[in-house]
Design a protein around this ligand. Structure first.
Ligand SMILES: [Zn+2]
Length: 282
């Protein structure tokens, strides 16, 4: 519960001399990076980035699509659901985990596939939803992305995949790992057909997604400060028995070491992709 004095915007003024407090819960957000208290409306106007330190807050799959498309877009394969091939259970069953995630996110799985225009050019965009079991990739994510690639092949509309993921979905075991090969093979056909594919890596992009389609773009671009890697830093430190350098596995470090083509601010992302597609397609 948050309470603020009248000095802050959004607080009603009372009679002269009287200190009046009202609840402003939900109107403010603290920056995870610089601790600045930010008015949510300012965040909305600033692409969900901190106005002081430019920390990029995470945004959901739908907000991402609205950011990149010109206006309306058509979605595909929204009805695909996992069959729970391993009949998996940990602290709770995978079936019940899926059901609660579907209710919470109003999505059938961790990606939205959509078609529309970006600066007037027809494109297909797949946008991953981190809130759906950590944006993990199982059979449904693999199939939805593969179908989007096949639509790009058929129509020659460029493909953009925005990753936000912890990697392969543990609850589908080897079935989820197969998706890496399946999507990569489809991307090879897209490459043979010379249809551009731009990979956008957002915070976080890790595991089997980094090890496959997120790094296979004709351009691999990331948002500032995004965690990008395959294994987690603790696992790496334990296996190589060395301390990792500061900023390891963040966008800027990866750019400096040749793993990325660009780090682009969210406010400039659409314009950057538009110019890149103009370069690729003419
Ligand atoms: Zn900040």
């Amino acid at each position: 519960m948050a309470w603020f004095t009248r000095q802050k915007p959004g607080v009603e003024s009372g009679p002269e001399g009287e200190e009046k407090h009202i609840r402003t819960e939900g109107l403010w957000q603290k920056c995870e990076s610089c601790s600045q208290i930010i008015w949510k409306k300012t965040l909305d106007e600033n692409f969900q980035c901190c106005p002081q330190c430019e920390h990029h807050f995470r945004i959901d799959a739908r907000a991402r699509l609205e950011l990149l498309f010109d206006g309306e877009f058509e979605t595909f394969d929204a009805g695909l659901v996992s069959t729970d091939p391993l009949n998996f259970a940990d602290s709770k069953t995978y079936a019940s985990r899926l059901k609660s995630m579907q209710e919470a996110t109003k999505l059938s799985d961790a990606v939205i596939s959509a078609a529309g225009t970006l600066d007037g050019r027809a494109v297909n965009i797949c946008s991953m939803e981190l809130k759906f079991i950590g944006g993990s990739m199982g059979a449904v994510v693999g199939e939805i992305i593969t179908r989007a690639i096949e639509r790009s092949l058929a129509t020659r509309a460029p493909l953009i995949i925005v990753s936000a993921t912890g990697g392969a979905r543990m609850q589908e075991g080897a079935v989820s790992l197969i998706q890496m090969a399946k999507i990569s093979a489809a991307l090879m056909r897209l490459d043979d057909a010379k249809v551009p594919y731009i990979s956008v890596l957002t915070d976080p992009t890790t595991g089997g997604v980094t090890a496959s389609f997120a790094m296979l773009g004709d351009l691999n671009i990331a948002e500032p400060g995004a965690l990008i890697g395959f294994a987690g830093p603790r696992v790496i430190e334990q296996s190589i028995r060395q301390k990792l350098p500061p900023g390891f596995q963040r966008s800027e470090f990866l750019l400096a070491h040749g793993f990325l083509d660009a780090v682009v601010k969210r406010s400039e992302l659409k314009g950057y992709i538009s110019r890149a597609l103009k370069f690729f397609c003419g």
